[in-house]
Design a protein around this ligand. Structure first.
Ligand SMILES: [Zn+2]
Length: 174
């Protein structure tokens, strides 16, 4: 799913979506193609009409997305303004307010997670949450465990675990 964030990351602003086309490859990994035509400002504040072709690949070891500009045309301020009137801007001030709020919540969750993460009782390094193979019970495991360096562990209180999960959910947003 291509989002507003994907365009903001590329440096586009004032996004006005004009047309959207989606298709999925029927065979193999079912990669998804999305073609958007939109009016927007580029990094230098020049109003453009662009057609962007996104490809999202889904693989067992993770996904990947890439994009290429299929066409790009500089338009006048007047044409841009009339498209805004017709279709509206997606990344308007309300969007940015909500985004700033989300970022603040994420920062707070990150800080709280660091605060709640104990140090390894054996080597003093950081710890991560893992689940026991036998019954999926969560516990803190030393970050050095997977490298075979340290087998330090600590238990996690049930009440802490639900709180940690909630914080992780917030921290992984955006
Ligand atoms: Zn350790």
């Amino acid at each position: 799913m291509i989002s507003i964030e994907d365009y903001l990351r590329l440096g586009y602003r004032g996004l006005v979506f004009l047309h959207r086309e989606e298709s999925e490859e029927k065979s193999g990994y079912q990669d998804e193609h999305t073609i958007h035509t939109l009016a927007c400002y580029d990094k230098d504040g020049i109003p453009l009409k662009i057609t962007m072709h996104w490809l999202e690949c889904f693989r067992p070891n993770g996904g990947k997305r890439s994009c290429r500009i299929e066409s790009k045309e500089i338009i006048g301020q007047g044409e841009y303004a009339s498209l805004v009137k017709l279709y509206g801007v997606k990344d308007d001030s309300l969007y940015h307010q909500a985004r700033a709020k989300k970022e603040k919540r994420k920062r707070e969750a990150d800080a709280k997670l660091i605060e709640m993460t104990p140090k390894c009782p054996i080597c003093g390094n950081g710890m991560i949450i893992k689940h026991r193979n036998s019954d999926q019970k969560p516990f803190w495991s030393c970050v050095g465990f997977s490298k075979g360096k340290c087998r330090g562990s600590r238990s996690i209180l049930k009440s802490d675990y639900s709180k940690l999960n909630r914080l992780l959910q917030i921290a992984n947003q955006l």
